[in-house]
Design a protein around this ligand. Structure first.
Ligand code: PBG
Length: 336
């Protein structure tokens, strides 16, 4: 039967009948959000015992590794299955050729090792892309003003390998180069990392909503007025998102991601309906900042709008959500 096939006529049929009590609303509820749906992005910085706020991401701090380990313990205690690590690389280590990305002792690799030592029931996801390491703020290597594909993919493979060596569980390429999922899968398999999972940022758009993230990893100034439109997707397209997902799955992605989230729920829905594979969505920094800004002005209730936005992702078909709200949402879910 179709979703509307049983409809009767008013006044015999009254949709409000099922909504009149809390228990009845619970009974007919179609989707649920649990802590198992949450992936928590964390920014790491060098040093010891220091939290540095990110002004455009209220409530989000860059953490030194010792504090990141404590937060990882908190994630485990909250029941969050995965944390995602992003490095705030010191400016002096950023270069045009992004050598720091393949340094086995870079910030992210150190953080992965330290968190792994704590032996937690917690997955660690690492982004693969060159922007946290590049002096130009682009996700790939630049030749004559163009972000080149194949040479970048070689670097990404080496970046994935140092992260896998450090103990990263899920490699998440966020660069949008062509062919990188297959190349990274081959590189991992060749080096006996067959068990390392790949979550592909398959449909990632050239979005204006990444601004606060770029502040957090210190790439916004480097990028200047530049954009990423020659590799990230055009926000006007959706058939193309399905082709991107199909390619990444064919190349060996275990899970796919749509990014950003709230303005792209149609893409989440189409991807899940079309492929029936584990599908994730990134509620990006600008979405988080936007809700905080409105709440800060007293225009929105932060907790309610947070939970509603997260439920929206579930309703659209997402199997999980990367969100800076992860710890607050988990606390909220745990306290009922
Ligand atoms: C790196 C990367 C970005 C984000 C995640 N990984 C920035 C970008 O593509 O410019 C953005 C996440 C967010 O805004 O929260 N390629």
């Amino acid at each position: 039967m179709s979703a509307t096939g049983h409809l009767g006529d008013y006044p015999r049929y009254r949709p409000r009948r099922n909504r009149q009590t809390a228990w009845s609303r619970r009974l007919v509820r179609e989707n649920t959000l649990t802590v198992d749906d949450l992936i928590w992005p964390i920014f790491v910085q060098p040093g010891q015992g220091k939290r540095t706020p990110v002004p455009s991401l209220p409530g989000v701090d860059r953490l030194t590794i010792d504090i990141a380990v404590e937060e990882a313990q908190r994630a485990e205690a909250l029941g969050i299955p995965v944390i995602a690590l992003f490095p705030a690389t010191p400016a002096e280590l950023k270069t045009p050729e992004c050598e720091e990305a393949i340094n086995p002792d870079n910030l992210v690799c150190q953080a992965v090792r330290a968190i792994k030592e704590a032996n937690l029931d917690l997955g660690i996801l690492c982004d693969v892309a060159l922007d946290p390491y590049s002096s130009h703020g682009q996700d790939g290597l630049v030749r004559d003003g163009y972000v080149v594909n194949d040479e970048t993919v070689e670097m990404l493979c080496r970046q994935a390998i140092v992260q896998a060596q450090a103990g990263c569980d899920i490699i998440a390429p966020s660069d949008m180069m062509d062919g990188r999922i297959g190349a990274i899968r081959n590189a991992l398999d060749h080096d006996c990392y067959q068990h390392v999972q790949i979550m592909a940022y398959a449909a990632k758009y050239a979005s204006a909503f990444y601004g606060p993230f770029r502040d957090a990893v210190g790439s916004s100034g480097n990028l200047g007025g530049g954009d990423k439109k020659t590799y990230q997707m055009d926000p006007a397209n959706s058939d193309e998102a399905l082709r991107e997902v199909a390619l990444d799955l064919k190349e060996g992605a275990d899970m796919v991601m749509v990014k950003p989230g709230m303005p792209y729920l149609d893409i989440v829905h189409r991807v899940k309906e079309t492929f029936s594979v584990p599908t994730y969505v990134y509620q990006v920094s600008g979405e988080y900042a936007m809700l905080h800004a409105a709440a800060g002005n007293g225009w929105l209730d932060l907790e309610k709008s947070m939970m509603e936005s997260l439920m929206g992702f579930k309703r659209a078909g997402a199997d999980g959500i990367l969100t800076y709200f992860a710890p607050q949402a988990a606390e909220r879910i745990q306290s009922g």
